[in-house]
Ligand binder design. Structure first.
Ligand code: DAT
Ligand code: MG
Length: 143
């Protein structure tokens, strides 16, 4: 099934000059970027995006980190895009992330792990709507 997923290049990825590397991998895989912007998270957006973790011990540090500089937000489209992007990212903890994945190749930490990708169709719909209006998403952008 053709799916859309929200991908973020988080502030560590932007700071380390890895925007191009992440986009290169997404495009090389055959997925398509159908919307993109650079933005800095504020408290409100952090709550909307990561609110499910608000009660976790790691939330304050996660919140500080995600607001610490600009991120790049993208809508990525393609066959099974949600699962494919999750596979390409690797697991949350860099220690668990195999070489060949974005986190396995480029990250050492758990919090500073370069990328976000939606983990289900419902999450993708909700998350995409946090960052993009309908008219900012280009259907058949590369057709
Ligand atoms: P993912 O980003 O792989 O979808 P997640 O949704 O479970 O992971 O968590 C969101 C982010 O929160 C994750 O990228 C890093 C941070 N995080 C999650 N679990 C953590 C933990 N145990 N300690 C520190 N940070 C954590
Ligand atoms: Mg997640």
């Amino acid at each position: 099934m053709i799916e859309q997923t929200l991908v973020l290049i988080k502030p560590d990825g932007v700071r380390r000059g890895l925007i191009g590397e992440v986009i290169r991998r997404i495009e090389a895989k055959g997925l398509r970027i159908v919307a993109m912007k650079m933005l800095q998270f504020d408290e409100t957006l952090t709550r909307r995006h990561y609110g499910q973790y608000a009660k976790e011990d790691f939330y304050p540090a996660l919140s500080r980190f995600i607001q610490s500089g600009p991120s790049v937000a993208m809508v990525v489209e393609g066959l099974e895009a949600i699962g494919i992007v999750r596979l390409m990212m690797g697991p949350t903890r860099a220690l668990d992330a195999a070489p060949g994945t974005i986190r396995g190749d480029l990250a050492l930490g758990t919090r500073e792990n370069i990328v976000h990708g939606s983990d289900s169709p419902a999450a993708a719909r909700r998350e995409i709507a946090c960052f993009f209006r309908k008219k900012e998403i280009f259907r058949n952008a590369n057709a």
